[in-house]
Write a protein that binds this ligand. Structure first.
Ligand SMILES: [Zn+2]
Length: 240
């Protein structure tokens, strides 16, 4: 097997690992979401049951008290009973429900943290001690601008913002151009952003052959990876 072929296969394996990790992350996040929703549902049910049990218990107590205090008229003892019984009933019910809710919130928080840790360490092991350029097969003459667009060092000027990757568009037109000023197109855009946006088609005047801009795998995976690295705060060197 040639070195190139080996290199290509290694990259494919790395891309596969990244895709698998992304679906695993989705799976873990979904699981965690459902578990937390279940916990919350249980807590709500428990709270309602607590409320009902307390209401029944205290109603029985209230009736007992009223009967005990029963005199010729029922109004007065009933009002007294309600006055005595209602505050502690309210307080105790509220306390029990609060304990249930707090316990649930703690478990939900713990579960989210566990899931986060699991995902973080999964990604950390994928990118383990490798730099992104080698891991993703990014050509070493490529650098990334502030918007994560790849450019070639020393290939760009102030007018030619993305070097050989520069294309031009107008404010509202659907064509993209190779030559600045063709059909009034003066806004520089990166070729890869054109390729990822089906809105634009090549201008027939300045782009003579069909210009399918080929977005390389390493760029697609670079975008996926930089998003992961940012979101999960993974320390992975870009280059050696
Ligand atoms: Zn043109």
């Amino acid at each position: 097997m040639t070195e190139d072929r080996k290199h290509e296969m290694r990259l494919k394996l790395h891309y596969k690992k990244i895709d698998e990790s992304i679906s695993k992350e989705r799976e873990l996040t979904n699981e965690s979401y459902h578990l937390c929703a279940n916990l919350q549902g249980n807590a709500t049910r428990k709270s309602i049951i607590t409320l009902v049990i307390n209401a029944v218990l205290w109603s029985v107590l209230l009736t007992g008290l009223t009967t005990l205090l029963y005199s010729d008229t029922i109004q007065k003892p009933l009002i007294v009973s309600i006055a005595i019984v209602t505050p502690p009933m309210f307080f105790i019910t509220k306390t029990i429900i609060k304990v249930i809710q707090n316990g649930t919130a703690a478990r939900i928080e713990e579960n989210k943290k566990d899931t986060q840790n699991q995902i973080d360490s999964m990604y950390a092991s994928v990118f383990n001690r490798q730099n992104l350029y080698d891991f993703l097969g990014i050509p070493h003459d490529i650098i990334f601008d502030g918007n994560d667009f790849p450019i070639i060092q020393n290939d760009c000027t102030e007018l030619n913002k993305y070097g050989r990757f520069t294309r031009y568009i107008t404010q509202s037109g659907k064509k993209y151009h190779l030559h600045e000023g063709c059909s009034g197109a003066y806004n520089s855009v990166h070729a890869y952003s054109i390729a990822q946006n089906s809105f634009y088609t090549p201008c027939s005047k300045c782009i003579h052959h069909n210009d399918p801009i080929y977005v390389p795998d390493w760029y697609i995976y670079y975008l996926k990876t930089s998003k992961i690295v940012k979101e999960h705060d993974i320390s992975v060197p870009l280059k050696i």
